[in-house]
Write a protein that binds this ligand. Structure first.
Ligand code: NAD
Length: 353
């Protein structure tokens, strides 16, 4: 199979592979689209089973970033970098400097940032060899941890879905949160403050205890989170939470959470819809984080400071966009993920034209 026959190839503008003999860097940077602006998306370091698996991930993730950035109305396209390797044992500052040279060779067509397996300390090395890095501290445009902004967007999305599907506010609504890390933890606090009742699961016991102490949440074993008698299921851990195996177990009428790639495969969105469950498309509801990163890129490009008001305005607009997607899905009786995909593709095509 060649790149162009891959089921995950969707008109990507550029797919670049980089090898650095000295440091052992093996990286793929996929640029899905620069129609709306320079491609932006994080760098993931993962011990992929093969180069093919790394390519598939880069293709999917970069397309996802195009859609996410378009729905957040950012002047950014979609890209993603993957580094093939074990982030626990194969990281060196020199490797991330070599990665920076790879990013720099694209001349600003791609901006990198953190993702799974890559820390701010790694990106400090990357910044030595390229300026096209966001998500670092120590400068006026620095955006800091995006998680609180992501959580605020998800909180508003949950509230909207509860209004639309259940016709009520959050007081007394039962939300099951899978994963109480950075975003899930902030989300739990916001939901608790709004009067929601929480059940939480995580593989990290200290994180569970801390969130339960603040919010009075009930803790259940990780697998039991799918069986909770909740109104809302909020996936805030890893991708693929909604699958043919887990969907029949859910009691919730709403799925709305922070995780990327919540639907395990392309067919599951239809199954969610046919079950009468309202789904907030992941890359729309969780766009707060990239809005925060975009503010940093904007500041760096203009030589200015981080603009919190700009972020707040974009976040308000994102909430409206999610409402438009949900309302169109309800009115047209079609899965919300398909509605969102169509809008995102149309926006990218319009920018290209
Ligand atoms: P995180 O690593 O801080 O939190 C994830 C949590 O999920 C951790 O506490 C982890 O222990 C837990 N977890 C892992 N496996 C689990 C399982 N099987 N069952 C229950 N819990 C499990 O990550 P985060 O920054 O909070 O991001 C959460 C999700 O949201 C990710 O999918 C991420 O890609 C997505 N996301 C995050 C942001 C952001 O701003 N941080 C933005 C957009 C999307």
């Amino acid at each position: 199979m060649t790149l162009f026959d891959s089921p995950d190839f969707e008109g990507h503008e550029g797919v670049h592979s980089f090898y650095d003999e000295k440091t052992g860097l093996k990286s793929i940077i996929a640029i899905h689209s620069t129609a709306r602006g320079p491609a932006a998306g994080g760098c993931r370091m993962w011990d992929y089973s093969s180069a093919g698996a790394a390519l598939t991930d880069a293709l999917r993730l970069s397309r996802g970033m195009s859609y996410k950035n378009a729905m957040a109305e950012l002047d950014l396209g979609g890209g993603k970098a993957v580094i093939i390797g074990d982030s626990r044992s194969q990281k060196t500052p020199a490797l991330f400097e070599a990665f920076g040279r790879a990013v720099d060779s694209l001349g600003g067509r791609y901006w990198t940032a953190e993702d799974v397996g890559v820390s701010p300390a790694d990106l400090e090395s990357t910044r030595k060899t390229t300026r096209f890095v966001a998500g670092l501290e120590g400068h006026a445009a620095a955006s800091g941890d995006p998680s609180p902004v992501t959580a605020e967007g998800v909180f508003r999305g949950v509230r909207l879905c509860v209004e639309r599907a259940l016709g009520r506010d959050l007081k007394g609504v039962h939300v099951a949160i899978q994963g109480v890390g950075h975003v899930g933890g902030y989300l739990a606090e916001k939901l608790h403050a709004a009067g929601a009742i929480l059940t939480i699961a995580d593989v990290n016991q200290p994180a569970l205890n801390a969130v339960a102490a603040k919010t009075g949440a009930t803790i259940v074993p990780t697998d039991a989170i799918f069986d909770v008698e909740a109104d809302v299921f909020a996936p805030c851990a890893l991708g693929g939470a909604i699958s043919a195996a887990t969907l029949p177990r859910l009691k919730a009428r709403i799925i709305a959470g922070a995780a990327n790639n919540q639907l395990a495969d392309a067919t599951i969105g239809q199954a969610v819809f046919e079950r009468g469950v309202l789904y907030a498309p992941d890359y729309v509801i969780n766009g707060g984080g990239i809005i925060n990163v975009a503010a940093e890129i904007r500041g760096l490009e203009a030589g200015g400071a981080f603009d919190g008001d700009w972020v707040a305005t974009k976040l308000d607009r994102l909430a409206q966009t999610l409402a438009e997607v949900i309302d169109q899905s309800i009115a047209e009786k079609r899965p919300a993920n398909l509605v969102a995909d169509e809008i995102a593709r149309a926006r990218i095509a319009a920018a290209r034209a």
